[in-house]
Design a protein around this ligand. Structure first.
Ligand SMILES: [Zn+2]
Length: 631
């Protein structure tokens, strides 16, 4: 039998026409080819898997158009995938075929092993349903595939949607791809399957690895060539279509099969597995013979720096805040698996969302959704327990800062529409926010910047409202500077569920330059005395400041101090933590030189005095007011 000529394509993502156009052109110029094999997501991202399919495949299935050559695809998920897979199985005469979830198939003389879906720690433990969608593979899929492999001879091509973990092991620098993160499940599969070729999708770049040698199981060993394909029609012009002429292994002599081409490396997955074992032995702690303490400490430090991969969440899971927890202080090294494993004691985890920031650093917080509300509630009780030596802060996601509706809350002092709101204290009203003298002002220069709508924290405000509050802060800062003073302040967000929820307000106080210079120290000293710590967050413009805050506190409660240089000090308030209510006022009162005015009740004055105060501040602020007309 002559060599089988095959074309391989990377993730199609619904670009059927682009795929067939290019395959047809290559078939005409370099062909004929016997078949086209597609790895990676085949369907587009828009729409649910079980929704209606509206893409170009319909014409190919109804006979309006024909694929340029017999096409075998996996990646059977994405918009409308379920209905198309059903239609394909009903039209056997079509030359477009779905390979299936997991298995081994002989196609045109080639023995193909395939695993559809990608890895998700929560989905991995699920019992697969029969919906036909293969977005995530499960443990059952792997077992089935391993069983099929044990019954097979040599595998010509292994097809996966992800790269295996450890692929770059044993490669010299410069040859290794910039990003070689991969799945340990796929690595194990590659070790068992020992394919002659492994074709995978899952990365935006093309990569062909120098061949690596498989373990010799007694009858000699052959090499595997790994080929990672980019997305169909990608703008970066990374290669996504690859041609191979393959003589089926079944027809090769053992000598031909076992040729080791120059440049071949050892087995990268065995090397990676050995490293993992070493790490596990080290984690077993003292008593294991691992040499000096110093060496162990160095290794532990290295292990801590190993960062888990982000978890982007499952599009097939409907987000439900009432079944979701928000977790803070998550170790960098905690993988999705580790989190699913840890929270299994509370209930069945169905989704983990943990992103990284703009610099690629993994967030120290995440959202975890359970299959029931009870699971979520049980998980909240784990607040304060340790994972990998770090204490987790666990909160119900539904009580986060985005819980507000913006609607006025009866009895709220800050909702201006309420009868008991102190309109007389208002100094300036903007489009989205206003400035008012504090009802229990520490000094005549103590004001609040408040959102007009009832939202619980600055994190939950609209972009416009937040921007206006920042403009007010800038104006107050200039107002203070005009009097030779500097601005300090704070925001405290606690959900205050019983009283209709917190209404976002920011305390601002002009203090002397001398007091401003020691503001940070006073905030830190008093925090230390109260038993909590503050994270210093550098000054940032506009929305970047909110993103920086979110990096530290996520959706949780927090205290945030504003320093004269624009930077801030942040403390995330853990679920159930007793944060000292008067802390912010105590610091401001000390900086103002009137520590006895920290207590709010000590500052109550007759309404005439309040009125005088707001009139005085209005006059002071007028030249700087963002809403005022300059005179
Ligand atoms: Zn309110």
């Amino acid at each position: 039998m002559p060599a089988v000529r095959a074309l391989f394509a990377g993730a199609c993502n619904g670009s059927i026409d682009a795929l067939f156009k290019r395959a047809s052109a290559v078939n005409a110029s370099n062909g004929p080819f016997d078949l086209l094999i597609c790895v990676g997501q085949f369907f587009g991202a828009a729409g649910p898997d079980d929704g209606e399919y509206q893409g170009p495949l319909l014409e190919y299935l109804t006979g309006g158009k024909a694929a340029p050559l017999p096409t075998y695809f996996m990646g059977g998920w994405g918009g409308g995938a379920v209905s198309v897979l059903e239609a394909i199985s009903a039209v056997p005469e079509s030359n477009i075929h779905y390979l299936g979830r997991a298995g081994v198939k002989e196609v045109k003389g080639l023995t193909l092993a395939y695993l559809d879906g990608t890895h998700n720690a929560a989905a991995f433990r699920e019992v697969p349903d029969n919906s036909g969608s293969a977005r995530y593979y499960t443990e059952a899929d792997i077992k089935l595939l391993q069983h099929s492999l044990s019954l097979q001879g040599d595998i010509d091509v292994l097809l996966t949607n992800e790269w295996p973990e450890g692929l770059a092991e044993g490669l010299p620098e410069g040859v290794a791809p910039p990003d070689s993160h991969g799945s340990p499940v796929i690595a194990e599969l590659a070790m068992t399957a020992r394919p002659r070729y492994h074709v995978a999708a899952g990365k935006p770049t093309f990569f062909a690895r120098p061949p690596y040698l498989n373990a010799d199981l007694g009858a000699g060993a052959h090499v595997t060539r790994f080929i990672g394909l980019a997305q169909v029609g990608n703008g970066a012009k990374q290669k996504w279509l690859h041609a191979l002429a393959l003589t089926p292994a079944a027809e090769m002599t053992p000598e031909a099969l076992q040729v080791q081409p120059p440049g071949s490396t050892g087995n990268p997955f065995q090397a990676a597995a050995a490293k993992r074992l070493k790490r596990a032995a080290r984690d077993a702690g003292p008593g294991t013979d691992l040499g000096s303490q110093d060496w162990r400490w160095q290794e532990q430090k290295k292990a801590r720096q190993i960062m888990a991969a982000p978890s982007l969440g499952r599009p097939d899971i409907i987000k439900d805040k009432h079944k979701t927890i928000f977790v803070r202080n998550v170790p960098f090294a905690a993988t999705e698996e580790a989190l699913v494993e840890f929270f299994a004691q509370a209930g069945r985890v169905v989704d983990v969302v943990r992103r990284s920031n703009a610099e690629g650093r993994l967030n120290t917080w995440c959202h975890i959704q359970f299959d029931t509300k009870e699971g979520m509630e049980k998980a909240c009780q784990l607040n304060g327990s340790e994972l990998m030596g770090r204490q987790l802060g666990i909160d119900a996601a539904a009580t986060g800062p985005r819980a507000g509706t913006g609607k006025p809350v009866e009895g709220c002092w800050f909702c201006l529409s309420n009868a008991n709101a102190d309109i007389d204290l208002v100094v300036s009203v903007g489009e989205e926010s206003y400035v008012a003298v504090d009802k229990g002002a520490i000094t005549d220069e103590h004001v609040l910047v408040v959102s007009v709508e009832h939202f619980p924290s600055s994190q939950s405000l609209s972009i416009d409202c937040y921007a206006e509050i920042r403009r007010y802060w800038g104006a107050l800062d200039r107002c203070a500077a005009a009097g030779g003073r500097q601005l300090v302040g704070f925001e405290r967000y606690m959900a205050l569920r019983k009283s209709g929820g917190n209404h976002c307000h920011i305390n601002a106080l002009a203090v002397s330059a001398e007091a401003a210079a020691r503001a940070r120290q006073v905030f830190e000293d008093r925090a230390k005395a109260a038993g909590f710590s503050l994270t210093h967050v550098p000054a940032a413009a506009g929305e970047a400041a909110r993103a920086a805050l979110r990096d530290v506190v996520g959706d949780g409660e927090y205290f945030q101090a504003f320093l004269p240089d624009g930077s801030s000090l942040v403390h995330p308030i853990a679920f159930g933590e007793r944060h000292p209510l008067n802390y912010g006022r105590e610091v401001l009162a000390e900086l103002a030189g009137v520590p006895d005015r920290a207590e709010w009740k000590a500052c109550a004055v007759p309404v005439e005095e309040e009125w005088r105060r707001s009139e005085a501040f209005k006059a002071l602020f007028k030249p700087h007011d963002i809403m005022g007309v300059q005179e």
